[in-house]
Design a protein. Structure first.
Length: 380
C-alpha cells in the first residue's frame, strides 16, 4: 500500500465494530444456481464454525433470479452479501470482482453447485493462516483426490488441457484447472491487474501470471456431482483455454481474439474467391458486379462468424445484430481502402507483389479488428 493510502486510513474514523473483523471471504460465482445456494450456505456455515467468515455471491443477473434468493438469505444474517452484475458474464471476471470486494486477509472461491468439497475450506484456511502458503488449491489429481463425477470424455479433455498448460506455461501444479482454491487477498490484489476477466480459467491465469512468486500447496478433494441445474461450461470454453495459453505464453502480445479475427478473415478470403468464380463463370455476371457480390458475401460471413466465435461473449442479437452488420460493412470498406492504399504505395517503392499485398492485408486486418472491437462489438 502506498503512503498516502496508509495515512488516509489512519486518519479516517473507523465505525464501531459490531462483529469481529472478517478473516475469510468465501466467493461464490453464480449463474442460474437458485436451487443450490441455500444448501451451499448451510454446508459452508457448518464447516466454518468458529471462524469469522462471510460469503460474497457474485451473480451475473441470472434469469432464474439467483440474486433474489441470495438477498433473501442475506436478510437473515450479516454473513451473506450479493454482488449482482448487470450486462456482464464470465466466471473469471465474477471471481476477480468478488475477491477484490473482500477486505479479509483470505478469500476462497467455490462453485455454488456443491461439486467442490466445502469441508476442505477449514484445512485451506489453516494452511494460509500458518503462513505455509499464499495459495491453497483443491486438486482432483493428487492422491486422495478424484474427478469422480466426470464423464470419460470430459475427463480426457481435462487431463489433456492440464498437460498442455503445464508444458506451455511451466505450471507445475497437478490441477491448474481447478475452480476451488483459497488465496491471500494481498497477493491476489497485486496480481489482479494482469488477470483476464474473460473465460473461466482464473486459477491457471493467476498461477501463470505469478511466474513462480506464489507459494502453492495442493490438497486432495473429490469432485462430486452437481446438486441441481446444469453446467454452464460448454465446449466453447476450450477456445477460452487455448486463448489463455496463447496470451500467457506470448506474454500477452498475441490475443486469441485477434487470432480468431484473422482466421475468420482468412475464411472470408476463400468465400470471396468461391463467390467471385461462381458469379463470373456460373451466373455469367460482369466483373464489377461479381466482385461486389463476392465482397459483400465475404463481409457477411465474416460478420456472422466473428459474432459467433471471436466475440461470442458479447454476441449481438436482434436489432443490434442488424445495426452491427451495417457498421461492419462500413468499417470493412474503409479497411479495404487502407489495404489497397498501403499496398499501392509500397508497390510504388518496391515492386514486390507479395510484399505489397501482405502489407496491405495486415493493415486492413488490423484496422478492421481495431475499429470493429470499438464500434461493433464494444468491449465493456
Ligand atoms: N457469475 C458467474 N458468471 N458465475 C458463473 C458463470 C458466469 O458467467 N458461469 C458459471 N458460473 C458459476 C456457476 O453458477 C457455478 O457456481 C460455477 O461458476 C461453476 O460453473 P459450472 O457450470 O458448474 O462449471 P463446471 O462444473 O462445468 O466446471 C467446474 O469444474 C471445472 C474443472 O474441470 C468449475 O469449477 C470450473 O471452474 C473448473 O475449471
Ligand atoms: Mn459445476
Amino acid at each position: 500500500m502506498n503512503e498516502i493510502g496508509a495515512s488516509t486510513i489512519a486518519a479516517a474514523a473507523v465505525p464501531e465494530q459490531v462483529a469481529p473483523p472478517v478473516r475469510l471471504s468465501v466467493i461464490v460465482p453464480t449463474f442460474n444456481e437458485r436451487d443450490n445456494v441455500g444448501q451451499l450456505i448451510t454446508r459452508v456455515a457448518a464447516s466454518l464454525r468458529g471462524i469469522a467468515w462471510e460469503m460474497i455471491v457474485v451473480d451475473d443477473d441470472s434469469p432464474d433470479q439467483t440474486w433474489a434468493a441470495v438477498q433473501a438469505l442475506a436478510r437473515q444474517g450479516a454473513r451473506i452479501r450479493c454482488l449482482r452484475r448487470i450486462g456482464r458474464r464470465g466466471l473469471s471476471g465474477a471471481c476477480i470482482e468478488g475477491i477484490l470486494a473482500s477486505s479479509a486477509p483470505y478469500a476462497a472461491v467455490i462453485d455454488a453447485d456443491l461439486q467442490h468439497d466445502e469441508r476442505q475450506l477449514i484445512k485451506m484456511f489453516a494452511l494460509l493462516q500458518d503462513d505455509a502458503a499464499d495459495l491453497v488449491v483443491g486438486s482432483r489429481y493428487i492422491s486422495g483426490g478424484s474427478a469422480g463425477s466426470f464423464t470419460s470424455g470430459r475427463l480426457g479433455i481435462s487431463v489433456a488441457a492440464t498437460k498442455l498448460a503445464r508444458r506451455a506455461l511451466g505450471v507445475t501444479m497437478t490441477d491448474p484447472m481447478s475452480g476451488f482454491f483459497m488465496v491471500r487477498t494481498d497477493r491476489f490484489a497485486a496480481l489482479a491487474p494482469s488477470l483476464s476477466v474473460h473465460g473461466f480459467k482464473i486459477l491457471l491465469d493467476l498461477v501463470a501470471s505469478a511466474r513462480g512468486r506464489l507459494r502453492i500447496i495442493e490438497i486432495p478433494y473429490s469432485f462430486g456431482a452437481r446438486l441441481h441445474g446444469e453446467s454452464k461450461l460448454s465446449s466453447i470454453v476450450v477456445l477460452d483455454f487455448l486463448g489463455l495459453i496463447l496470451a500467457k505464453s506470448t506474454r500477452d502480445v498475441v490475443s486469441l481474439r485477434f487470432l480468431l479475427f484473422a482466421l475468420v478473415g482468412a475464411s472470408g478470403f476463400i468465400v470471396h474467391f468461391v463467390v467471385l468464380y461462381a458469379a463470373l463463370y456460373e451466373w455469367g455476371l460482369a466483373f464489377a458486379p461479381a466482385q461486389t457480390a463476392a465482397a459483400l458475401t465475404a463481409m457477411t460471413t465474416n460478420f456472422f462468424l466473428n459474432n459467433a466465435l471471436t466475440y461470442r461473449d458479447q454476441r449481438l442479437k436482434a436489432f443490434a445484430l442488424l445495426k452491427g452488420l451495417l457498421v461492419f460493412y462500413a468499417i470493412c470498406s474503409v479497411g479495404l481502402i487502407a489495404n489497397v492504399g498501403i499496398a499501392f504505395s509500397i508497390y510504388g517503392q518496391r515492386p514486390v507483389w507479395w510484399l505489397a499485398g501482405a502489407a496491405g492485408a495486415v493493415m486492413g486486418a488490423v484496422w478492421n479488428y481495431a475499429a470493429s472491437s470499438l464500434f461493433v462489438w464494444r468491449v465493456r
